[in-house]
Ligand binder design. Structure first.
Ligand code: NAG
Ligand code: NAG
Ligand code: NAG
Ligand code: NAG
Length: 363
């Protein structure tokens, strides 16, 4: 009897695996892939694991896509689709996933299954591993991205594939940012849209002689970086500019005139200084911290606000905060001037009502 039951269970399982996944939405139409334009006027919002307390703050008329960072929530899919918003998986991969052709195919197959089971509209690819220029692995990344795009397009008609690139192809030393010597031109041609992550501009800082606190997202560096992408042959018309909505908190080990905050050195991929040492605070959390003893100054070099705070809990401790909050309008102008595909928000969880109100309406 037990054996028979097991057999039946096994058969049921096999049959089940072949069946279409069940649509979890009240309206079955909400499980259909979104087929609207994705080439222009896009706003993509990245979402960290959260529940409907957070989603209920989303202004759906200001979004066209959301990408979920490592979680699935059928209810959120239904909600997004009901508002005609694409929903994407966030597809981190590493060089380890590219060690053989079998591994690559396995990765792609798993992510296609995931997209099918969760009724996603595509995937947002991301890799952070450093590779040598023109190396085997650099080539393999290009091939892998192209293969993933091809398979998604074939297996899930109408789906789209995005690739998250750093703020610039080059750092201030003329080398690839964070050692990521990827072939950005080839990658941008094979995916549907490339995303420039405009933040983290100081992950490699080459300050001399001492490390300095600084802006995560300087407007001038952004302008230069977009030009750098254009110069190597990336089509900005198929690129989204994603802004970070967090604040870098630095502890100053020395504090000099003109708000110069000297920070601890931190080695990161060939640089002696890095914003990796900073404490990253979501904008909406930071906003609640600002008090009367904060000094706010405008830094013309980066087009940033700097907030400096004397922490009384430890005598003489000074912290400096860099925020990009006032630059949204200026970045929107850049996006329009360069006829880019749109803007991205890293992360929707970090926004407050005021920032939501500054985002453009999309539908
Ligand atoms: C994109 O938005 C602009 C206004 O910001 C509008 O003029 C333009 O027609 C829109 N393009 C498309 C393809 O919808
Ligand atoms: C994927 O990358 C994002 C962005 O860096 C990160 O927040 C997330 O934790 C990563 N997930 C995994 C599983 O590595
Ligand atoms: C390496 O690739 C870049 C473009 O990605 C190209 O401009 C350069 O000539 C290549 N260098 C070598 C040594 O092949
Ligand atoms: C990092 O610091 C070391 C020791 O002071 C120095 O020799 C090296 O040139 C510095 N590297 C960079 C990239 O500035």
């Amino acid at each position: 009897m037990q054996k028979l039951l097991l057999l039946i269970a096994l058969i049921v399982c096999i049959v089940d695996a072949d069946q279409q996944p069940k649509c979890p939405c009240d309206d079955q139409n909400d499980c259909k892939r979104i087929m609207t334009n994705w080439k222009t006027n896009q706003t993509i919002g990245y979402v960290l694991e959260s529940d409907s307390n957070i989603w209920s703050t989303f202004k759906w008329n200001k979004l066209t896509m959301i990408a979920l960072i490592d979680f699935h929530q059928p209810k959120l899919m239904c909600l997004a689709h009901h508002n005609k918003i694409r929903i994407m998986a966030f597809g981190n991969f590493t060089l380890n996933d590219l060690s053989s052709s079998d591994k690559m195919h396995e990765w792609i197959e798993n992510r296609i299954k995931e997209a099918q089971n969760n009724f996603y509209d595509g995937i947002n690819l991301f890799i952070d591993d450093p590779v040598e220029p023109n190396s085997t692995f650099s080539q393999r990344i290009t091939d892998f991205v192209s293969l993933t795009t091809k398979h998604f397009h074939e297996k899930l008609p109408g789906s789209i594939v995005l690739f998250n690139a750093p703020f610039s192809p080059k750092n201030e030393k003329g080398k690839a940012v964070d050692g990521k010597n990827y072939d950005y031109v080839a990658i941008s041609k094979s995916v549907d849209l490339m995303i420039a992550m405009d933040f983290d501009q100081r992950s490699q800082s080459f300050d001399e002689p001492k490390c300095l606190a600084g802006a995560p997202e300087s407007l001038y560096i952004t302008i230069g970086s977009l030009m750098a992408y254009k110069n190597i042959g990336v089509d900005l018309n198929r690129m989204i500019l994603t802004l970070g909505f967090y604040v870098d908190e630095y502890l100053c080990i020395e504090y000099h005139q003109n708000y110069r905050c000297i920070i601890q050195p931190y080695n990161y991929r060939g640089a002696n200084c890095s914003s990796k040492i900073a404490n990253r605070i979501p904008w909406n959390v930071y906003k609640t911290m600002i008090g009367q003893c904060w000094i706010q100054v405008w830094d013309e070099h980066s087009n940033h606000d700097i907030y400096t705070y004397l922490d009384n809990s430890i005598y003489g401790q000074i912290k400096q905060y860099w925020s990009d909050y006032p630059a949204i309008f200026k970045k929107m102008i850049l996006i329009d001037e360069n006829q880019m595909s749109g803007i991205g928000v890293w992360m929707l969880n970090y926004l407050d009502d005021k920032i939501w109100s500054q985002l453009p309406e999309r539908q």
